[in-house]
Design a protein. Sequence first.
Length: 419
Amino acid sequence: MRDVRMSAHDTMFDLLRSKKQNYSLPREFYNDPEFFQLDMTHVFGKSWIFAGLVCDIPKPGNFFTLSIGDDPLVIVRDDNHEIHAIYNTCRHRGSKICLTEKGSTAKLVCPYHQWTYNLDGNLLFAGNMGEGFKPADYPLKKANIGIAGGMIFVCLAENPPAFDSFKLAVEPFLRPHALDRAKIAHEITIREKANWKLVIENNRECYHCNGSHPELLNSLLEFDNTDDPRATPEFKQLVDRKAREWDQLGIAHESTPHNLQYRAVRMPLANGTTSMTMDGTPACQKLMGDLKDPDMGSMRLLHLPNTWNHFMGDHSIVFRVMPVGPQETLVTTKWIVHEDAVEGKDYDIEKMVAVWNATNHQDRELAENNQLGINSRAYQPGPYAQEAEFGVINFINWYSSEMLKQLFDPARFQLAASQ
């Protein structure tokens, strides 16, 4: 356990500096409440966080809500079709305004004292405030918003990191799936009793897939690319064949330039399958966007710290990870189809969700068991299998680098050097 005489800030910094390369993190990173608050302050409070999709709010007045730590937000489309990320906190006495997860409204009205705001957050009405009160002085506060290919990201930082490089890199991959002409066919949120990093770590490797995900492996090939050291000759031949087909169609597939925070790449599904369903056949007969061929493989899109996604020809699946406590995480999954697809005619919900419903619950059990083991006094950081868990290594290296940058205090080292 950490030394109570040291701040959590200093303890985390020292543990990260002394961490053994390609080993898992010390216990505190997965269960210490103060370490969790540092994660929320420096990772979720300063990074671009995946919030939802433009097709979540297709019409003016549509909104959805989410919370990033203690900061509740409402994502809303105004009458001019512009999308805003607004702090869901009334400028009167701070009450939450939108109390439901999603809905439609003509105005944002605080349920406490009925202060009323436009959909862009400007205050329209505040009763009993006197002649000197100026509504223009009390608009709702906004978070930064970035939209890439129909995916909505928000950032709480006053000076957010650059977004354009990510947007430019991934939009060619997202464009064929036309998220602006799509709809949510199904959505679920599960609560995992595990630290958010364990949820992400579990997703970043398929070392566990053979023993845990029979449904998923009906269609998913675990290799991340042809440079995966475990890739078989058969896999490389399949990738080469599909790459030629996608090139002829003008479909982006080669991986985005290497960096640890995000990646987009299009990989084929198992030979003979075209969708992540139990039998590998499409779950939706009306393809996404203007696609004509269902065999688009899976366009895999990762953006740390909180989303991974699979975009296929017939439907897409997006995932959002939101920490709610040191050992508690919400995982939301959305299945997306063309906006004109009709349930029962064009797509079968049960067929569409079966694979990832099973996989999500299997992953929840894995993450929760991992958390229980880490909580033990017997736990100590263990070595990663470098060929099978390179994705986890990349994530931990990204996380460690981000935290070290935030926690580094030059004054502390100048003081130590002078003593």
